[in-house]
Each structure stands twice: as C-alpha cells, then as structure tokens.
Design a protein around this ligand. Structure first.
Ligand code: GDP
Ligand code: IMO
Ligand code: MG
Length: 426
C-alpha cells in the first residue's frame, strides 16, 4: 500500500517518460498529478519513439491502469490527437485510462491568452510552451475554471460560453488573430470524444486501489526548478511539480508516499527563459545539444545546455525528500575528455555557497567547478560491472555530494539501455 513518486530535479526533460515506462510493470497504477500538454515525455522501444503529453507513460503496459489526476490541466483537443496516434498500436486505452472529473479543462481561449500574455511581456517573456497552462491554472485558482466533470452537465455549453466571454473581453485588448467559431467546433468535437472515456472520482479510485494493496507510481511533469513556489520565479510553470504536488494533485495523503525517485540528466538543460548558472554558451554547449539531441519534445525548440549543477540538485532533493536518484544520458558525456561539476556558486558580493540564492535573476552567479576525467568511450550495451572507471568515479562523486544513492543509470533512449545498480553505497 504505497505511492512512489518519480519527478524531475532539474528544468524538465530529464527522461521521466522513459523511466516511468521502464518501472511501470512493477506498479498497478501510473498517475499524472500536475501539468498538462506542456509536458513531452518520450518513450522508445522496438525501434519506435513515442511522445506523450497528457497521457501517463504507463499506457504501453497492458496491465497498468493509467490515471490523469485532478491536478492536471487537460486539453481535450490535444487528448484526442494523442489517443488517435496511439490507436495504431492496438492498446486497450479505453479500459486502461481513467480521467479525474476534477482535472481542469484547457479551452482554446486559454491558448490564445497564453500567447497574449507572452507577447505583452516582450523581452521578459517566460518562454511558455503556449499550451494554455498559465491561463488555465489562473482560472482554476480564480475559481472560475471548467473541470472535466463539467462536460457531463447538460448546461456545459452555457458554462463554456460564460468563461469564453470573459476571455474574449481580455483578448479584445491584444492583437491575437483567431476564429472562435472554428475553435469552438474543434473543441466541442474533442469534448464529445473525451466523454467516451472513464471520467471518475480519481481520489476515491486511487485510495481504494491503495486499500486493496495496489502500488501506484505518480509521474511528475516539468521539473522541480520550474515549480511555481520553488523554481526561479517568474520563469517557472504554473503548478507544484514537487512531491507535495502528488498529494494535492491526486488526493492521496502524505503518509502513503514511499520512494521518491529523483531523476536528473548527467548534465543540465533548460528550455525557455530564466536563470541557468552553468549554461554553456560555447561550442561545448552546442556539442552537448547535438549529442543529446536536445530539442524540445513539445515545441521542438533547442534546449539550452550546461554542466551539472549540484547546488540546485541539492535544493531539489531537499524539497522533494528524494530517496533514490536516477541518472540519465550518461552516454552523452562520452564526447567530453574532461567533465565539469558545479559544486558551489560564487555570488557577486564574494560569498561562496552551495545554496540557491533567493535572487537569481539579478544576481551574478558564477559557478565553481571541479573538473574530472571523462570516460571517452561508448556505453552501448554495457552492464554495471563493465562501466568505465571514470564514469563510476563520476557517479560516486555525485552520490557523496548529494548524499542519496544513484540506483539507476541510463545509457541511451531505449527501454533496454537502462542499468539498475546493484551495488549502492552503505
Ligand atoms: P521527459 O520530459 O522528462 O520525459 O524527457 P523528454 O522525453 O522530454 O526528453 C528526454 C530525451 O532524452 C528524449 O528524447 C529521450 O528519448 C532521451 N533519452 C532518455 N534517456 C536517455 C539516455 O540515457 N541517453 C540518451 N542519449 N537519450 C536519452
Ligand atoms: P516535461 O514534462 C521542459 C517550461 C517552458 C517555460 C516554462 C513555462 O516534458 O519535462 P508553461 O508552458 O508551463 O507555462 O511554460 O516551463 N516547460 C518545460 N520545460 N520540460 C517540460 O515538461 C516543460 N513544461 C514547461 O519551456 O520555460
Ligand atoms: Mg519533456
């Protein structure tokens, strides 16, 4: 009777989709608890790459129930297109997918408002995915949003029009071009599609599962450094991406939380605006982007790349109560003869710290690095005992600094390219 949580410790895109898919056979249920179509979770197996946005990454495992929790913002149009893409794989999605009636709906005007808000910010734009995330969470918190359960009400259209009218009033003041009639018919078609699925009271469902002895894996989206409270505000997303978000986003009490899997890349990436102390604005950064194929799974934007940042990882580990670390994309660092690890920050007043300062945007943070020898060899097909000594040293250095064991090393995008570590420090 437990709920394990898997979440990103950096700025998203750590490889959550791959690992949820790898771990899913060990769980009865996989549940998304926050975010929405801003997420792009990639899974690879049998030579095929799948990118999921709102559907939990346990969907390819026949015995796994998948839940879209109340904390998610769900776009029915994106949902329909995701389901249609899955149709050719003969999955029993209609039986294996459950959607919380309390999840918030993203309506087309949320996307338009997202565009308008970003445009109005000019050079200070967040770099949002433009999927309507901020505006839909604003309506949720503002107590005027629509929820999935509302689609079942007879007066749904009336409720929709009431909200749309409010949005259109705001949009009048922005030069965003759109055709509401077209958007509305596309939306209503997608809503009709959504109604064929299991729309449930997911908090009861999940707690009944737990009581019956089931195990649940909560799948985080985005990353801890994009959390609305703890990320580099305002360059964040609009939800709580941290462990506590799994409780509010699923309706499961904290006492049920078991393992917290903190997933991170062996280096760092960020997409969108905001502080990034170890960013490499040089040919090393470009080489990392090329080798790691660091282009957004949702927007296709190039991801900013840099060395691993231990102060920010320590911060994420603290906020989340991480019990196991999972290190992704070790293979990408094979191209570097020497690898840098940021262990501390030097602030503009000369202070040296391993804490993330409150002021990150106007503060001139200089990373202090330790340089270690790279492994400079392919990791393809290697098992744990065959990993090069330099990589083992890198892993042990991180474990000593972060004080949490690294229980998994990923050496490629495919399901199979995953090393579950047997030997962990005492
Ligand atoms: P998520 O949002 O956390 O699920 O991560 P994304 O799917 O957005 O981005 C991770 C990218 O890295 C995807 O393209 C994955 O296929 C890929 N990937 C995952 N693990 C590894 C790995 O160990 N090595 C390499 N080279 N690619 C990986
Ligand atoms: P996954 O789940 C990486 C970033 C955006 C932007 C900021 C706010 O695939 O790891 P939003 O659209 O949420 O209002 O954008 O957050 N962002 C992500 N970056 N991975 C994601 O999800 C992200 N979801 C949002 O680029 O900087
Ligand atoms: Mg992603």
């Amino acid at each position: 009777m437990k709920l394990d949580v898997l979440l990103g410790l950096q700025w998203g895109d750590e490889g959550k989709g791959k690992i949820v898919d790898v771990l899913a056979p060990g769980y009865d249920v996989v549940a998304r608890f926050q975010g929405g179509p801003n997420a792009g979770h990639t899974l690879e197996f049998d030579g095929i790459k799948h990118v999921l946005h709102q559907i939990p990454s346990g969907i390819f495992r026949a015995k796994t129930k998948n839940v879209i929790g109340n904390g998610v913002v769900l776009d029915p149009i994106v949902f329909k297109s995701e389901i249609e893409k899955l149709q050719k794989y003969n999955l029993d999605v209609k039986s294996n997918l459950y959607i919380s009636k309390k999840a918030t709906l993203i309506i087309p005007t949320h996307r338009l408002l997202d565009q308008a808000q970003e445009k109005a910010k000019g050079v200070n734009k967040i770099g949002s995915t433009l999927k309507g995330i901020g505006p839909s969470y604003q309506d949720k918190i503002g107590r005027q949003g629509l929820r999935v359960g509302d689609v079942l009400a007879e007066n749904f259209k009336m409720k929709l029009h009431k909200l749309v009218d409010l949005h259109l009033e705001i949009l009048k003041h922005h030069d965003i071009v759109f055709n509401w009639t077209e958007l509305e018919s596309q939306f209503l078609e997608a809503v009709a599609f959504l109604k064929q699925f299991k729309l449930i009271d997911s908090e009861y469902f999940l707690n009944h599962e737990l009581k019956a002895g089931a195990s649940i894996l909560a799948e985080g989206a985005q990353g801890s450094l994009l959390d609305i409270d703890f990320g580099s505000y305002p360059f964040v997303t609009s939800s709580n991406t941290v462990t506590a978000g799994a409780c509010t986003g699923l309706g499961v009490a904290p006492c049920h939380i078991g393992e917290v899997f903190g997933i991170f890349k062996a280096y760092s990436t960020r997409v969108g605006s905001g502080p990034f102390p170890t960013e490499l604005l040089n040919e090393e950064g470009e080489a990392m982007r090329k080798e790691g194929k660091e282009f957004g799974s949702t927007t296709g934007r190039p991801r900013r790349c840099g060395w691993i940042d231990l102060p920010s990882l320590k911060y994420s580990i603290m906020i989340n109560g991480v019990t196991q670390l999972l290190m992704m994309k070790a293979d990408v660092l094979s191209i570097f003869p020497a690898i840098k690890i940021c262990t501390q920050y030097k602030l503009s007043n000369g202070t040296v710290t391993d804490q993330v300062p409150y002021e990150q945007i106007n503060e001139n943070i200089t990373p202090i690095y330790v340089e270690v020898k790279g492994w400079s060899c392919s990791l393809k097909g290697l098992v744990e005992a065959e990993l090069p000594k330099e990589l083992q040293n890198y892993v042990e250095f991180l474990e000593r600094s972060l004080e949490v064991p690294i229980s998994l090393i990923s050496t490629g995008p495919d399901r199979s390219e995953t090393i579950h570590r047997l030997k962990q420090p005492a």
